[in-house]
Design a protein around this ligand. Structure first.
Ligand SMILES: [Zn+2]
Length: 138
């Protein structure tokens, strides 16, 4: 089982990653969400944890944007109880140890792999009314 990471645990990993200086092709990723870059091999990243407390159908689709950011904003907060972070795995580059958030955006016709760099300054331990579920626990 992969560890379920709290915002505090995520922050600790992110702060460590911010100190990594080893040049690597993965560090070219932008700060906001991005599609899977062609330069990155699937097996270059290894999953080390998860933020998903609930099954996808039970997780909230609410997003957290108190400062007027939106999904694609480079400065959008990383709030683990909110969408899409509540469906993300935490993945680590096996060359440089930098970490990334990753999930599959499931549309009606296709599924797209999305990836976001883990920036420590954007991680917020924001509370959700149902703790990240889309409705209160039955
Ligand atoms: Zn790397």
């Amino acid at each position: 089982m992969l560890p379920l990471l709290s915002a505090a645990a995520l922050l600790e990993i992110a702060q460590h990653c911010a100190t990594i200086e080893l040049p690597c092709n993965c560090s070219a990723l932008p700060p906001g969400w991005a599609g899977w870059p062609v330069s990155l091999r699937e097996n270059q990243l290894v999953q080390i944890g998860t933020l998903a407390q609930f099954e996808e159908e039970d997780a909230t689709l609410d997003e957290f944007h108190p400062d007027g950011t939106y999904y694609w904003s480079p400065g959008a907060p990383i709030a683990p109880r909110f969408y899409p972070y509540n469906q993300c795995g935490l993945w680590q580059c096996n060359r440089c140890q930098r970490a990334f958030l990753r999930y599959n955006d499931d549309g009606a016709y296709h599924s797209e792999a999305r990836i976001r760099r883990l920036s420590p300054e954007l991680i917020v331990d924001a509370g959700h009314p149902f703790n990240g579920r889309y409705r209160p626990q039955p």
